[in-house]
Write a protein that binds this ligand. Structure first.
Ligand SMILES: NC(=O)C1=CN([C@@H]2O[C@H](COP(=O)(O)OP(=O)(O)OC[C@H]3O[C@@H](n4cnc5c(N)ncnc54)[C@H](OP(=O)(O)O)[C@@H]3O)[C@@H](O)[C@H]2O)C=CC1
Ligand SMILES: CC1=C(/C=C/C(C)=C/C=C/C(C)=C/C=O)C(C)(C)CCC1
Length: 318
């Protein structure tokens, strides 16, 4: 059987872990999954979830997206250095007022979320081009299209990812390669708790009172509720990604949560760019109960993406 070699980054938890297991448990055994993580001491959850697939359709390898040597060593150890499907998932969040964040902290986010992808492709793209086949799947975010209050640096890192992939996509087409950006809204993973805990620890003394109050009493106060009520599970995002991978003609962009499509559509609806900014402003500041207003807004504007995902044709089993 002609198995596709899949390399996934950031598989110690969340979306990466769920996706590695989903692919390894494929009934038709179409995939050989190299589930990577920067710290192998964190492999317990994946080992447990992988069950009998471990050593069969799933292997765990070390890979730190911030370390070129680690990426090279991992790829060098794959049979014929071949990767058919690269899933760039490793990433981190960051919230808060920029006055309270150091440039070094910001660089770590860019280094992981953006340069991590660039480093992977520098190592893996030449082989895909040579073989004239491959699928590059990037876990981006709705924040790759539309920024959200107090996510300035995180959104910038995902915008960078999207601009990079848009530019590369035309070249990729020339080599018969696919690039797909997966754009989830909030997902309930360790990302949420890590971001919240770091955010809650921020020393707000460098911010003015209005900003500090906005961050604490609007953003942080509603954060958990928004994630818990409007968030997806990592398994759900993995299922969407699985469908993208097994589709005949995967689209360049795919949003996994239709609740957030209106948010990104506002941007395209107004070339001046004011519509999303004014809408967010009203949503956050001109209602007594921010959470209910946000929830109602999102639900009111819910619609289905015109290019229905479910219509996508699955590839024939190979
Ligand atoms: N959760 C959400 O709301 C959303 C998440 N996303 C994106 O999904 C992706 C996965 O996040 P999610 O599963 O939610 O969060 P998790 O925190 O559960 O997973 C993130 C993974 O990335 C790994 N990672 C971080 N830095 C590096 C590095 N330098 N090298 C290799 N691995 C690294 C983490 O490893 P370690 O355990 O060692 O830290 C972990 O395995 C990210 O790109 C994120 O931006 C997009 C939209 C929404
Ligand atoms: C908490 C909060 C808001 C929404 C936050 C959202 C929607 C966060 C999404 C995070 C994602 C998608 C992370 C990963 O990529 C609003 C509406 C601005 C109102 C103020 C409080």
């Amino acid at each position: 059987m002609n198995q596709k070699v899949v390399l996934i980054t950031g598989c110690s938890s969340g979306i990466g872990l769920a996706l590695a297991v989903r692919l390894a448990k494929d009934e038709k055994k179409r995939f050989m999954v190299y589930a990577t993580m920067r710290n192998l001491a964190k492999s317990e959850a994946l080992v447990e979830a992988a069950g009998r697939t471990l050593g069969r359709t799933l292997e765990i390898r070390q890979l730190d997206v911030c370390d070129e040597n680690s990426i090279k060593a991992c790829v060098d150890n794959l049979p014929m250095r071949r990767v058919d499907i690269l899933i760039s998932n490793a990433g981190m969040g960051m919230i808060g007022p920029i006055e309270c964040q150091s440039i070094d902290e910001m660089k770590t986010v860019m280094d992981t979320n953006f340069f991590g992808l660039v480093r992977l492709l520098k190592e893996i793209l030449p082989g895909m081009k040579m073989r004239k086949s491959g699928h590059i799947v990037v876990i981006s975010s709705v924040m790759g299209i539309q920024g959200i209050l107090f996510n300035d640096i995180y959104a910038a890192s995902k915008f960078a990812v999207e601009g990079f992939c848009e530019s590369l996509a035309v070249q990729a087409l020339r080599f018969n390669l696919n690039i797909s950006l997966i754009e989830p809204g909030p997902v309930i993973t360790e990302f949420e708790s890590k971001v919240y805990e770091e955010g809650a620890k921020i020393d707000l003394s460098k911010a003015d009172k209005v900003t500090a109050d906005m961050f604490t009493n609007i953003y942080l106060k509603n954060y958990n509720q928004i994630f818990q009520s409007l968030g997806q599970t990592p398994e759900d995002v993995a299922e969407h990604t699985f469908k993208m991978i097994t589709m005949e003609n995967p689209p360049f962009r795919h949003q996994t949560n239709s609740l957030y499509t209106p948010m990104t559509t506002l941007k395209y609806a107004d070339p001046n760019g004011d519509l999303p900014i004014e809408t967010f402003y009203k949503m956050v500041f001109e209602h007594d109960k921010v959470f209910n207003a946000s929830l109602n807004f999102l639900k009111l504007l819910r619609w289905r993406s015109r290019k229905s995902f479910t219509l996508g044709k699955e590839k024939n089993a190979s």
